[in-house]
Write a protein that binds this ligand. Structure first.
Ligand code: RIB
Ligand code: NA
Length: 316
């Protein structure tokens, strides 16, 4: 494969209870043993990207605690360069409390901790150190707004391709759209963006994606879960990429992060937007077959093997 990708985003430790269903307000549900997994949208995407065959540097922050040591050790073990990670005195490493039901659906509450205090200066320093290194940066919005803005602005100034995963859609993000990032919302985030841009009504996803693309003048890639991906070109014309059917759905946590990591890594390696999205869709489907956000994330060889089968079946 090849390519170099800088990932800016959150790093968490995920504490997971697999229960018979998700709890309602005021309700207690009971599962078996507590499971601990690596998490955070930035950390997850970085792992998906490196497994898919691209060199990755991760930029973010942890607290001076055991969770932080463990979270960084996990990224290092994957071969990710974490030398730009800042240790924030007085903050805790990000943690997520997750309940997963038998259908793989989840409910997540995040204690942002150090992710909320990643500063513009931290990001700027990392991007300056990486000058000339990557071709592409992936930014997700689970970190401070200042860090997100700095990442998109500084990466654009360097002339890097920028993928912005608006998860969640934070106010102020519309200012970044004119910098022409490739934006990768899910359906709910697409609607949030559309409304934030002051566009009227609640039209179909194609229409909303075209409206967003008219602001970014770049492709808009909408992840639709089990329905695959809607790819809207800079010209506002949409095509659909069907999902690769997962054989069993164990845990959908991090499926979007897997898509984003592999999509951005593939762009960094020189694949076109549609080809990169196809790789991301396959990786995301494989990721939901195992517990935790990262366990099921595939290698480049596995992604390629699955894609080859699909293409043989389609007779292309
Ligand atoms: O997208 C999934 C991730 O969201 C989890 O790993 C959790 O840490 C939260 O950030
Ligand atoms: Na999973």
């Amino acid at each position: 494969r090849g390519g170099r990708l800088l990932v800016v985003g959150a790093l968490n430790v995920d504490m997971v209870v697999a229960a018979s269903r998700l709890p309602g307000p005021g309700e207690t549900v009971v599962g078996a043993d507590l499971q601990r997994h690596g998490g955070g949208k930035g950390g997850n995407a970085a792992v998906a990207a490196v497994r898919s065959g691209t060199d990755v540097r991760y930029v973010g922050a942890v607290g001076p605690d055991e969770f932080g040591v463990a979270a960084l050790a996990e990224l290092r073990a994957e071969g990710i360069d974490v030398s730009d990670v800042v240790i924030k005195e007085g903050s805790a490493t990000g943690a997520a409390l997750i309940v997963v039901d038998p259908f793989g659906e989840n409910q997540i509450a995040v204690a942002a901790g150090a992710n909320a205090v990643v500063g513009a200066r931290d990001v700027r320093a990392a991007i300056e150190r990486a000058s000339g290194w990557p071709g592409c940066v992936l930014v997700s919005t689970e970190i401070s707004a200042a860090a997100v803005v700095e990442a998109v602005e500084a990466a654009t100034a360097q002339g890097w391709l920028c993928v912005l995963n608006p998860a969640p859609v934070a106010p102020g993000i519309q200012e970044l759209l004119k910098l022409a990032p490739i934006i990768t919302p899910n359906q709910g985030e697409l609607r949030d963006l559309y409304q934030l841009l002051g566009e009227p009504g609640d039209p179909p996803a194609e229409k909303m994606a075209a409206a967003v693309a008219s602001h970014t003048r770049a492709p808009v890639v909408v992840t639709l879960g089990a329905d695959g991906v809607l790819l809207c070109g800079a010209d506002g014309v949409s095509t659909r990429i069907p999902a690769w059917p997962a054989r069993r759905v164990v845990d959908t946590t991090g499926a979007g992060d897997t898509f984003n990591g592999v999509f951005a890594a593939s762009l960094a390696a020189g694949t076109d937007v549609a080809g990169a999205a196809r790789r991301g869709v396959v990786a995301a489907a494989l990721s939901v077959e195992s517990a935790g956000a990262r366990t099921g994330m595939p290698s480049a060889a596995t992604i390629d093997a699955v894609l080859a089968t699909t293409e043989r079946r389609a007779g292309t």
